[in-house]
Ligand binder design. Structure first.
Ligand code: PGA
Length: 241
């Protein structure tokens, strides 16, 4: 695992957008693992620009999103379905709903939905590049501290720290969902290449723990030390050195 400070959120986001673009340009059947959150907004903005400028046909590309809130329908403005449609999929006509997979947080049987999603990853994967943000508590996807290192896609009870951090996207903290469907740590490790991004001072503590090179269940992102192909890009504020 290499941690590289690219200086600013903009530089790092553009770099990662280029990596995603190059992957899709090199293989029209690429599979991408996508993430949401504030961290990814500029990555997708730059990616949409690159796609438009070059008119790349991505209609055979498959995408898997990491997670979705339980209880939110896909058209709820705070759902990750909505985020992805708004920021990426509706911004470029080649993306189709049949190629872009996101777990359903409004499924009647959530355990069944988690199983179905993991099966999809196994049938259509492996993912070529998985992009990840990181929580202030070290979570990746919604895998909170203490998550089983062998976990497949599963239903997660969000911790107070995550609910608090995510309340910035909701009008009232009481509206933040308390559960999510998330790819597990084992699902994430199935990707061939993993790129994690962290920006801002609030992420520095998590990145500092990640830099310690030991797998620690209390900091779920440290499971990435068990993967052979992981890159971490940070800005000045999140840099641990
Ligand atoms: P953020 O979330 O990009 O909104 O900071 C990242 C995460 O919690 O994984």
């Amino acid at each position: 695992m290499k941690i590289t400070n690219l200086g600013s959120q903009s530089y790092a986001s553009f770099y990662v957008a280029c990596e995603l673009y190059k992957q899709m340009n090199g293989d029209k059947h690429s599979k991408l693992g996508l993430a949401t959150g504030g961290t990814m907004v500029d990555v997708y903005r730059f990616l949409v620009e690159l796609l438009h400028k070059n008119q790349l046909d991505v209609s055979d590309v498959i995408t898997f999103n990491l997670d979705e809130y339980v209880g939110l329908t896909s058209n709820h403005p705070q759902s990750y379905h909505y985020y992805m449609n708004d920021i990426l999929f509706n911004q470029y006509p080649y993306f189709t709903t049949t190629q872009t997979y996101i777990p359903r947080g409004d499924a009647d049987d959530l355990d069944q939905e988690a199983k179905r999603y993991e099966q999809l990853i196994d049938e259509l994967g492996p993912v070529d590049i998985q992009i990840l943000g990181i929580g202030e508590n070290g979570h990746i996807g919604f895998n909170e501290p203490g998550t089983d290192l062998n976990s497949p896609t599963h239903i997660v009870d969000l911790t107070e720290s995550t609910i608090q951090a995510n309340s910035r996207y909701f009008e009232h903290e009481a509206e933040v969902p308390k559960q999510a469907v998330s790819m597990g740590l084992a699902s994430i490790l199935k990707a061939k290449r993993i790129i994690l991004l962290a920006f801002g001072e609030k992420k520095r503590a998590a990145i500092t723990k990640l830099a310690q090179k030991e797998v620690n269940k209390d900091v779920p992102a440290t499971i990435l030390h068990a993967h052979p192909n992981v890159e971490i890009y940070v800005d000045d504020a999140a840099a641990p050195f």
